[in-house]
Each structure stands twice: as structure tokens, then as C-alpha cells.
Ligand binder design. Structure first.
Ligand code: CMP
Length: 137
């Protein structure tokens, strides 16, 4: 059984897409093992996206991610890292396959509704950034 971190970003929360995103996970048989709503500070957003700190979009991304509440979740299931990525679609919504969350709802390469871990190593780090083992059910 694998775990991954999912985030519904500030655009997804403010546009009323929390239920829509969770429905897609549950319909696929993906278990939500932990969930909370947070409003990150700029520093907390910078810590989460530290791997991107040299990228030209880092400042804008961390401004956006600290601009409003987000929903963070631990998803659990077989091969769930890849299954979540398949449900999200490509980072750039213009390249995302029809029927994916980003193809259906994203408005911008940055405001792309959801985040999902891209590897087992990053999933472990990202889950630990937000959740203690006691909060994962
Ligand atoms: P995410 O999957 O959370 O990982 C990094 C985020 O940076 C990405 O989704 C987008 O929200 C944002 N981003 C903004 N510009 C780019 C870009 N040119 N390439 C990749 N990610 C970008």
C-alpha cells in the first residue's frame, strides 16, 4: 500500500472545488487517510516548495500558495502516486488529458487546482511536512 500527498490549492478552495476533487478520488477507490485545511504563511509555502527555489516561478508560486486556505490530504492505495497523477493531469493544463482535474478546471499553469507528490521519496517528505503519523488513519 502506497501513500501520497494531495493539496487542493487556493484557487480550488476559493472556487468551490473541494467536493469535486474529493469525489474523483473516492470514485477511483482511493482512500483519504488524513485531511486538514490550512492557510500557509509565505515561509511555510517556501519550505514546502524548497526544491523549486531556483525556478523563475518560485516567488509567484509561493505568493499564490499562501494567498488563501488549502486542503491537504494523505491519499492511500495501491500505486496511488501514479493514480493521483493520472487523475490530476499534466502540470500545464493545456497539455492535460480531457477528463483530468486540471484539464477540466485549471485556468493557468500556476493556478492548476491541485498538487500531488511525484515520487515515493517526495511523497514521504511532503506527508511529513504536514502530518504526524498519529494524524494518518
Ligand atoms: P505543482 O505540481 O504544485 O508543482 C510546482 C508548481 O509550480 C506547479 O504545480 C504549478 O502550480 C507551479 N508552476 C508555475 N509555473 C510553472 C512552470 N512553468 N512549470 C512548472 N510548474 C509551474
Amino acid at each position: 500500500m502506497e501513500r501520497t500527498l494531495s493539496i487542493i490549492k487556493p484557487d480550488g478552495v476559493s472556487r468551490g472545488l473541494i467536493g469535486e476533487v474529493i469525489k474523483r478520488f473516492e470514485k477511483e477507490g482511493i482512500k483519504i487517510a488524513a485531511m486538514k485545511m490550512l492557510h500557509l504563511t509565505k515561509k511555510e509555502a517556501e519550505g514546502f516548495y524548497a526544491v523549486h527555489k531556483e525556478k523563475p516561478f518560485f516567488d509567484s508560486l509561493t505568493d499564490f500558495m499562501s494567498s488563501g486556505p488549502i486542503v491537504v490530504m494523505v491519499l492511500e492505495g495501491e500505486n496511488v502516486i501514479q493514480r493521483n497523477r493520472d487523475l490530476m493531469g499534466a502540470t500545464n493544463y493545456k497539455e492535460a488529458k480531457p477528463g483530468t482535474i486540471r484539464a477540466d478546471f485549471a485556468t493557468d499553469i500556476e493556478k492548476n487546482v491541485v498538487h500531488g507528490s511525484d515520487s515515493p521519496e517526495n511523497a514521504q517528505k511532503e506527508i511529513a511536512y504536514f502530518f504526524s503519523e498519529l494524524e494518518i488513519h
